[in-house]
Design a protein around this ligand. Structure first.
Ligand code: FAQ
Length: 315
């Protein structure tokens, strides 16, 4: 017992010194489990997150917008793969993680359970959802677990392109006809509050924040990031000429931040319990895609086995 306490104190001291923890280093089980939980939820979010936008690839209004959207959705698939790779360094298998997702046992971000009803929603996802994702992920580039921190560097660069393309798309609509401006406003109305929920429950209701902060897995709290996001995004909405759907929103000179209205946390908890507007559709689409892709996985594994069996192949 005393040995375990000494080992945990030694581990915490390394974290406090800013040492990066690498896969072969000793680490407390709870640290490992926290990372597997967070990284796998993050990976699942990237994979399920392709669905709302993928829905619009065939309906993009121009060839250029279609090429941009295709590239973005492919990037999200890539992010999922780096993140499953980072989770595997902690001793779990990708297959087991995916099985948990398909069985409905694993979480993914609440935001991807909302529908994309119009083309403006694609702009709102890039601007707000990728904007929120970057806000959360920039600090993760400095988190204590090496493979996760390094995966985040490239992901953040790509998310930054995603955010800008979303803003650019909405700017084109906001400067377009009255109907296009109305479409952009309607998208902001529907995506604003779910985007604020993406950062997770309020700090005092977040069971994991204190320990994850001590381990430097979480460098900024849920409420801290949410406030930063509001402060950064409100002036962008003003530039677009759109109205943030919050009557309580106002600049607070004394705090140096925007005050904003109450978030409907009951809606958030409903969504993460599986009762959001699109949870069932999303899971059915993933299960179908996984089953349809079985032959690809088999062919890739057979090819890899054949390569390994070649005379002179590395052992
Ligand atoms: N949705 O104690 P906390 C993207 C759960 S970015 C669903 O605060 P924690 C890019 C949480 O898991 C989106 N569940 O937990 C993209 C926990 O449940 P558990 C993904 C949520 O971990 C853009 C419980 O509530 N980004 O996909 C949510 O310390 C466009 C208690 O919460 C990441 O995953 C939520 N919004 O903090 C892709 C970033 N919030 O496990 C395509 C990495 C909380 O006890 C298109 N993750 N929960 O059953 C994190 O930074 C953290 O995990 C938080 C949650 C901040 C999400």
């Amino acid at each position: 017992m005393r040995d375990m306490q000494t080992a945990e104190a030694g581990f915490q001291a390394r974290i406090d010194e800013g040492v990066k923890i690498e896969p072969k280093d000793a680490m407390p089980d709870a640290y490992r489990q926290t990372l597997v939980r967070q990284i796998s939820q993050h990976a699942h979010s990237e994979i399920v997150g392709q669905l709302p936008e993928g829905n619009w690839i065939g309906r993009a209004p121009t060839l250029q917008r279609k090429a941009i959207l295709l590239a973005k959705v492919q990037d999200e698939a890539g992010h999922g793969l780096y993140l499953y790779g980072a989770a595997e360094t902690l001793g779990v298998s990708r297959e087991a993680l995916i099985e948990d997702l398909l069985a409905g046992k694993a979480k993914y971000s609440s935001i991807f359970n909302y529908p994309t009803l119009t083309w403006a929603d694609i702009g709102a996802i890039g601007w707000l959802v990728d904007g929120a994702a970057i806000m959360n992920q920039i600090p993760l580039c400095r988190c204590s677990y090496g493979p996760y921190a390094r995966a985040m560097v490239r992901i953040c660069k790509e998310e930054s392109f995603h955010q800008r393309q979303g803003f650019d798309l909405l700017l084109a609509l906001a400067r377009g006809s009255a109907a296009q401006r109305a479409m952009a406003q309607d998208a902001l109305n529907r995506w604003w509050w779910p985007s604020l929920m993406m950062f997770g429950p309020p700090d005092e209701q977040s069971p994991h924040t204190a320990q994850s902060a001590a381990w430097k897995i979480k460098l900024v709290t849920n409420d801290g990031l949410r406030q930063k996001f509001v402060d950064q995004t409100v002036p962008q909405a003003e530039f677009l000429g759109l109205q943030v759907p919050d009557p309580a929103l106002r600049w607070n000179e004394a705090r140096g931040h925007y005050d904003f209205g109450p978030i409907a946390w009951e809606e958030f908890y409903q969504v993460i319990r599986g009762n959001g507007p699109c949870n069932r559709d999303r899971m059915n689409a993933r299960r179908r895609a996984h089953a349809d892709g079985a032959w690809v996985r088999e062919a890739a594994q057979a090819h890899a086995a054949k390569q390994r069996a070649r005379p002179g192949a590395a052992a």
